[in-house]
Design a protein around this ligand. Structure first.
Ligand SMILES: Nc1ncnc2c1ncn2[C@@H]1O[C@H](COP(=O)(O)OP(=O)(O)OP(=O)(O)O)[C@@H](O)[C@H]1O
Length: 336
């Protein structure tokens, strides 16, 4: 578990302390993929860099397991850092070293001297990230996606228990982003390590994260399971992020609700409920008419979900809504 307890962070600029993170407490569970989303300057990089103390907090404590890393003496901190891998938006590879040398670098830094051990480990890592054929190339001979795979292999070299991802897919095209996110999900599943990633894209959060915190101007304004935050965003910043991740028609933002007859409802289906014909059954049984105004079916990580915006009319709308709730469908009234 990573625990932030009453942590805050200011930067000293021209003799003045400028707050970057207001006091916050947060727990990240072992083995989860935790997303931190926010606009530029919100404090994401500061927050993620507190976890390996690349930035020191101005106050509060950061615990990894039972160890308060803010009080560790230097040698112990160096050892703790080796258990935390990090990948970066611009990959930060050594351009004069081959893929193999880049991946071996942290092992040598940690004091591994046995060439056979290093060779074996590099081979395993190349296989894990799918770069066996590129072992002797230099970073300039690789695509962005391949460079990030080298970054991931290098971050895993010392068998960390935590992987920090600083905007790891922001420099990549959508297809490459998808494949790198799939690799991160696989690493999380198979190696059971905790992943903390920062991003400004809700779609990245939706695809791989279990939980998410939304940062706005140095404050955590919302956090929870990705399904809850994505399907029922509360804070205006979160709503903007969610809507940016959706095609306009799916968000239903374009519908002039005041001109549509009936009660405007948003239904959210999660998991199995996504595939069952409950809406048809309930409206038939209650004699309620409905008109679909917007809708989508997708996945939040491994969870299928659907969201429909409907105009519902008829005497028994309340009864129909209750029957939908009884069937496990979440119902919100947007306008009437
Ligand atoms: N080394 C520093 N010295 C002074 N101010 C800093 C420093 N690093 C960050 N800041 C300030 O702290 C605030 C948060 O910055 P941070 O880089 O954590 O945000 P971010 O959400 O990661 O932004 P981006 O997405 O643009 O990287 C900003 O106002 C930034 O200007």
């Amino acid at each position: 578990m990573i625990r932030f307890v009453d942590v805050h962070k200011s930067y000293r600029v021209n003799g003045k302390d400028i707050p970057a993170l207001e006091p916050f407490s947060l727990e990240i569970a072992d083995g989860e993929v935790f997303g931190i989303i926010g606009h530029s300057g919100a404090g994401k990089s500061t927050l993620i860099r507190l976890i390996n103390l690349l930035e020191r907090p101005s106050g509060g404590h950061i615990l990894i397991g039972d160890t308060d890393i803010t009080t560790l003496p230097d040698p112990a901190l160096r050892a703790a850092r080796q258990r935390i891998g990090m990948i970066f938006q611009h990959f930060n590879l050594l351009s004069s070293q081959t893929v193999t040398e880049n991946i071996a670098f942290p092992m040598r830094l940690a004091g591994d001297k046995d060439a056979a051990t290093i060779h074996k480990r590099v081979d395993e890592l190349l296989q894990r990230v799918g770069l066996q054929a590129h072992a002797n190339k230099y970073p300039s001979q690789l695509s962005g996606g391949q460079k990030q795979r080298v970054g991931i292999a290098r971050a895993l070299a010392n068998q960390p228990s935590i992987l920090l991802c600083d905007e790891a897919t922001s420099a990549l095209d959508p297809q490459t982003t998808a494949s790198v996110l799939e690799l991160l999900a696989e690493i999380n599943r198979e190696l059971k390590l905790t992943i903390v990633l920062i991003t400004h894209e809700m779609d990245v959060v939706r695809r791989v994260c279990d939980r998410v915190a939304v940062l706005d101007a140095g404050r955590i304004v919302e956090y929870g399971s990705v399904a809850d935050v994505f399907l029922h965003p509360q804070h205006p910043t979160t709503r903007r992020f969610v809507n940016e991740a959706l095609p306009e028609e799916a968000a239903g933002e374009h519908v002039p609700y005041q001109y549509v007859p009936g009660r405007i409802m948003r239904l959210s289906f999660r998991g199995e409920a996504t595939w069952s014909p409950t809406l048809g059954r309930v409206t038939r049984e209650t004699g309620v008419d409905y008109n679909i105004l917007a809708g989508r079916i997708d996945r939040i990580k491994d969870l299928p979900y659907g969201q429909l915006t409907l105009a519902m009319q008829g005497e028994n709308v309340d009864r129909a809504l209750q029957a939908l709730r009884d069937a496990g469908i979440e119902v919100e009234e947007l306008a009437r």
